[in-house]
Ligand binder design. Structure first.
Ligand code: SAM
Length: 381
């Protein structure tokens, strides 16, 4: 094996271990065992590591392979599929057999898996992040009498466009549960509020006068293959699988406007397409974190330029940048507690919740909190 190949394997194995640790830390609920075990197998089993290390580094090799495996297991109706949760069902029990069966499956399907990895992109859509956005949007709605126009940047499958169609429960050890939304919604989001301030949970969900998504590659959940692939990209944990399926059904039932394109190029036209009397709320969850530094600066300039014409809000839920061990800044340029930077450097994964307000061209930013990437918990300031 060449030196480059050895290095690629070692880098990918490290990424797989980091993903297992981030999604399934020591205190994670037991249901995360399958996710942890899948990524541990990618790090430790030659048959899986060979496939992952052959994926170009910018295509998130361990995550892409994990999705390809989940997709093919389902498509082939393989016996190892009994370990994977179904929407609405519980988490299948752990026993000693999963790892060996997984390796046998991957060995037998090596060619098909390589083909899937070559032709697909890893695409995570986490509807639970709406629980991080809602308190911010509701605060804006309470402060401003104008109707709200929601512009979801990097919308992917568009699940964030329907945040007013879900039911939310905010749990706290120090106060009773606070709930809001349609109790009959198939999408039930529960989030634990950690010590600190309570987020401003509204009595009623904000009303959207308009909603539009933007993505370089919008994903149509009405297309069965797209839906099957996106389902495979969801970590195989029963809660995650259930809420994705339910949110995808809501998105199918309420087709929303979405614009294909680089947000930096289409944002001006998208903003102009919303009702003139509406306050435009740009929302980005786990999108700006992936923009190169030059594009982040271009977005800032664009915000200033558009903000001269029209009042705007930008709600962001993004990990610190640059991604990785040198992370030190919020994508919105907000001042951060030193502990958050340290936590990120020590491997903690969370999204920073921030709000940038642009009124008559003047911009002000507020750091509001931080949240687990799958909105299991929320910390408000
Ligand atoms: C990690 S996903 C997040 C999807 C969704 N916001 C969520 O939180 O589940 C990032 C999304 O941003 C989109 N994206 C990345 N860069 C973009 C750009 N410059 N313009 C438009 N969309 C972009 C990707 O295609 C992808 O759908």
């Amino acid at each position: 094996m060449t030196h480059a190949a050895v290095t690629a394997r070692s880098v990918v194995a490290g990424q797989a271990r980091a993903i297992a640790a981030a999604w399934s830390p020591q205190d994670a609920p037991a249901g995360w065992w399958l996710t942890a075990e899948t990524f541990a197998a990618i790090a430790e089993e030659d048959d899986l590591l060979d496939l992952a290390a052959a994926i170009p580094p910018d295509r998130l090799p361990p995550l892409l392979l994990g999705a390809a495996v989940a997709f093919l297991v389902r498509e082939r109706r393989a016996a190892v599929g009994r370990y994977y949760p179904e929407p609405g069902g519980g988490q299948p029990r752990r026993d000693g057999g999963f790892r060996a069966e997984l390796v046998d499956f991957v060995r037998a399907e090596r060619g098909a898996l390589a083909q899937l990895c070559a032709t697909h992109r890893y695409q995570m859509n986490e509807v639970a992040r709406c629980a991080d956005v809602l308190p911010v949007l509701a605060t804006i709605g309470a402060e401003d009498r104008r109707p709200l126009a929601l512009v979801d940047l990097g919308t992917g499958a568009g699940l964030g466009l329907h945040l007013d169609r879900y039911h939310y429960t905010y749990r706290s050890a120090v106060s009773p549960d606070r709930t809001v939304g349609d109790r009959t919604s198939p999408v039930l989001l529960t989030c634990e509020v950690r010590a600190g301030a309570q987020p401003p949970v509204p009595a009623e969900l904000p009303v959207m006068a308009d909603r539009v998504g933007v993505d370089v590659e919008p994903l149509d959940v009405a297309d069965p293959h797209t839906l099957a692939w996106l389902t495979a990209c969801v970590p195989p944990e029963s809660g995650a699988v259930t809420r994705f399926a339910a949110a995808a059904a809501v998105a199918r039932a309420h087709p929303a406007r979405s614009v294909r394109g680089n947000l930096l190029e289409v944002l001006g036209d998208v903003v102009a397409s919303t009702p003139r009397d509406a306050l435009v709320c740009l929302v980005d969850t786990y999108v700006h974190v992936f923009l190169p530094p030059a594009d982040l600066r271009r977005f800032d300039d664009l915000l200033t330029e558009l903000g001269r014409e029209r009042d705007l809000e930008w709600i962001s839920v993004d990990p610190l940048v640059p991604l990785g061990p040198d992370a030190r800044a919020s994508v919105q340029g907000l001042d951060l507690p030193a502990a958050w930077v340290r936590d990120t450097r020590e491997g903690g994964v969370f999204g920073v919740i921030g709000r940038v307000r642009v009124r008559r061209g003047r911009r002000s930013g507020t750091l509001l909190g931080r949240a687990h990437p799958g909105a299991d918990w929320l910390e408000w300031r």
